[in-house]
Design a protein around this ligand. Structure first.
Ligand code: PLP
Length: 366
């Protein structure tokens, strides 16, 4: 039918292709699309316009890959990722500045963390320049989905996984690097609200020598049951203690833990069981630049319960103040949002969304 059409119209295949394939969104095309209801956005999935896919092998490395319309992937049921969980994810945000520029926050850190994780999971590493370039392109081609300043962000989700068939437990021969993006609403609608947490007495997130320090997909499903249970009982999330002594704070769900005592900031040191958060690192660097003393060390839960302030940190909320922690028979209330917590939050979000100076050079315009 296409051949007949070709013969009739005497159009070149390229011209026909241009006719049938949707061109990248132009300003005129954008203005004809239905408007996006920014106020309805939460942290949930929305399908956007464009995504990126590249294929990799051990012999040839990564293909150039291509941007395409958002669509399902085709995978063999024997794919290594589906059967053995050989995969990892990343999470980062593109934001609109008050003057209408779109920026990323330290994307090279996500690239490095993904490369470290790939080494741990025996997957070919995506070069840092390629990773950052692809993230920029996905943000650019979905730019109509970037919420206006202060009304949310475009959450960008890169995933890397073993895509070819594997029957025995071993690394795949072929891999995929996929990046998609989803608009999300502001985490705190109408001011910061302190969250209530419970220390998990039965479950641990990661053990020494395991994969807790990388964003391996397999680390997350085991946390769903304890987290779901705590939520059904009125808590926002659970706190995990270390798997050896069941005494030292590790993480809050999928966020890093901080507490403040006598104007000193404490956070658990990275020993391989804790995910090295980019928000965590940025808070440490920012706090030190403000003249605050920061201690990266083991944080005993009994010490944490006697602190003046506590909060958790990650890309989703940036900083969430902790209002209370229940640990066995003990319940501790930290009261209203702490002074240092609030100060760190407003300074860091100011740098991130372009409403204040970025003396560290952390933001990258797309
Ligand atoms: C992603 C993640 C974090 C936070 O890392 P950011 O880079 O700050 O988003 C913390 N803990 C876990 C388990 C995570 O998966």
């Amino acid at each position: 039918m296409l051949a007949a059409l070709l013969a009739q119209t005497r159009l070149s295949p390229e011209a026909l292709n241009a006719f049938f394939v949707r061109p990248p969104l132009m300003a005129s095309a954008e203005s004809s699309l239905p408007p996006i209801d920014w106020d309805a956005l939460t942290f949930s999935f929305t399908e956007t316009d464009r995504m990126f896919v590249a294929h990799g092998t051990w012999e040839d490395g990564w293909s150039e890959g291509e941007m395409m319309d958002f669509q399902p992937l085709t995978l063999t049921p024997a794919a290594c990722v589906l059967n053995y969980g050989q995969g990892l994810f990343e999470g980062m945000k593109a934001r609109m500045t008050p003057d209408g520029r779109i920026t990323l926050f330290r994307p090279e850190m996500n690239a490095r963390r993904a490369a470290d994780g790939s080494a741990r999971l025996v997957m070919p590493e995506v070069p840092e320049e390629m990773f950052v370039d692809v993230v920029r392109r996905v943000a650019t081609e979905n730019r109509r989905w970037v919420p206006p300043n202060g009304r949310g962000e475009l959450y960008i989700r890169p995933i890397i996984f073993g895509s070819s068939a594997r029957l025995g437990v071993a690394p795949a021969d072929e891999y995929m690097f996929v990046v998609f993006a989803v608009p999300v609403g502001p985490y705190f609608k109408g001011g910061m609200t302190p969250i209530s947490l419970r220390v998990s007495q039965e479950h641990h997130r990661a053990a020494p020598g395991g994969s807790g320090g990388v964003k391996a997909i397999g680390n997350y499903a085991p946390g769903m049951m304890p987290s779901k249970k705590a939520k059904s009982e009125g808590y926002s999330e659970i706190i995990y203690l270390d798997a050896v002594d069941h005494q030292y704070v590790e993480e809050v769900g999928a966020a890093n833990f901080f507490c403040v005592r006598d104007n000193v900031l404490y956070t658990p040191e990275l020993t391989g069981t804790i995910l090295p958060g980019i928000t965590r690192l940025s808070i440490i660097e920012l706090a030190r630049s403000m003249g605050l003393e920061v201690m990266e060390e083991r944080v005993d839960i009994d010490f944490a319960l006697e602190c003046d302030e506590a909060f958790c940190a990650g890309t989703a909320a940036v900083i969430s103040p902790i209002g209370s922690i229940e640990h066995g028979e003990k319940v501790v209330n930290y009261g209203d949002v702490g002074k240092i917590t609030l100060d760190l939050y407003s300074r860091l979000t100011g740098i991130m969304d372009g409403s204040s100076e970025d003396p560290f050079g952390w933001t990258l315009e797309i």
